[in-house]
Ligand binder design. Structure first.
Ligand code: CP3
Length: 357
């Protein structure tokens, strides 16, 4: 390499747009500024979101691409974020597979939960262009709104988390029905996981084709499994799902809440980025991932419930621990909570911006 090459490389690095920095970080390249976004960055903690929700139900919102675009842009404008995630919900595919979906005060409810082989067989395969056009349409609207210099992420739920809602019919503490099916009728459970995986592949694909720069797969409940059961029931589907999306050329981010004991699987799944929660130490995560993937995470979202100063302090601690890792994207370890002061979310973003390493 001669001096000229060095100068060109240096120039490209400092001239990166935030979108380029995000994509470079996903590909484990060093970047001039650490990309930052927050899971559930759009939502009820923002008065601007509440104003829209006072007029439409949550499902009406998810099914209005114009409103999804507007809500996606709220945290971009208010917090000054460079990375957006399209507004939607992971439970739209189970509805498209034939289940009745409602959002109530008690959270999401899926009618007639799946408890046996007949119910798994009765599920329908769906064409996302016909049955769930909203996220892709919202991405098409948001792409110009967010601008060429900012990144936009599409997403879906992971097969296990979707299976948990489909079998339990709602959120759950111990996943009794789900695990009863998994241990009692493993073949039925395997079939359910396969059917979800196939439908999810098509659902995610159309989001990338509509212009998403990256795809995140949310496994909010995967951490409830032992390593052995994760290896048997989940890992083959995650590998298959991610492999089926590789030709799209967009980075795949795999998020598992409570992933400490599962990180080796995540790093070996074909994902470009592993998104981790706060329970695992940065040093341990870096050691396990060992240069195979970029890392996204991992601050405790409860740190934002304290003062903006405390949120900024915790942000600096996280940056200190991870900033040396080639390919780091700052985020929380799970979604922004409803009671989060907007000023604390802003303090987090500003602190990442001001970070000089
Ligand atoms: O991150 C973003 O800004 C994009 C939007 C987004 C939502 N849900 C909006 C939403 C994303 C990425 C999700 C993913 C999602 N949905 C997950 C995985 C992520 C996680 O948090 O672990 C899960 C498990 C769901 C299912 C779901 N949807 C639940 C459990 C709830 C109820 C939450 C609650 O506290 O009541 C929802 C509803 C939901 N999804 C809301 C938002 C903003 C709140 C609904 C409202 O406005 O009343």
């Amino acid at each position: 390499m001669n001096l000229g090459d060095n100068v060109i490389n240096w120039t490209m690095q400092t001239d990166m747009t935030p979108r380029e920095s995000f994509l470079a970080a996903c590909n484990q390249q060093a970047v001039p500024e650490i990309p930052v976004w927050l899971m559930r960055q759009a939502g009820r903690y923002m008065p601007e979101y509440q104003a829209i929700r006072s007029k439409v139900s949550f499902l009406e919102l998810c099914k209005s691409p114009e409103l999804c675009c507007e809500v996606t842009m709220q945290p971009i404008d208010i917090l000054g974020l460079d990375v957006g995630i399209i507004f939607s919900d992971i439970l739209l595919p189970p509805e498209a597979m034939g289940m009745n979906l409602e959002f109530t005060d008690k959270g999401p409810q899926l009618g007639a939960p799946i408890r046996d082989l007949a119910a798994v067989e009765a599920l329908v395969d769906f064409d996302p262009v016909e049955k769930t056009p909203w996220p892709a349409e919202a991405i098409r609207l948001t792409r110009p709104a967010i601008g060429d210099h900012r990144a936009l992420i599409g997403f879906g739920g992971a097969p296990f988390t979707l299976a948990s809602y489909m079998v339990e019919g709602k959120g759950s503490r111990n996943y009794e029905n789900l695990k009863k099916l998994m241990f009692g009728e493993p073949e039925t459970f395997h079939l359910l996981m396969d059917r979800i995986t196939d439908n999810l592949g098509a659902y995610l694909r159309v989001q990338a084709e509509a212009g998403a720069d990256a795809l995140q797969i949310f496994d909010s409940w995967g951490g409830s499994l032992s390593s052995r059961d994760y290896a048997t029931f989940v890992q083959p589907r995650m590998k298959r799902l991610i492999a089926s999306l590789k030709d799209l050329g967009v980075p795949i981010i795999s998020y598992v809440n409570g992933c400490g004991h599962l990180l080796e699987f995540m790093a070996d799944s074909g994902a470009d980025v592993v998104a981790i929660d706060w329970r695992i130490d940065a040093a341990d995560a870096i050691k396990i991932v060992a240069g195979r993937c970029a890392i996204q995470g991992n601050m405790d979202p409860c740190a934002l419930l304290a003062s903006p100063e405390a949120a900024a302090r915790e942000t600096r601690k996280t940056l200190q621990e991870f900033a040396g890792h080639k390919g780091f994207i700052f985020n929380l370890g799970s979604g922004v909570l409803k009671w989060t002061p907007v000023a604390s979310a802003k303090a987090v973003v500003d602190t990442v911006r001001a970070w000089q390493g």
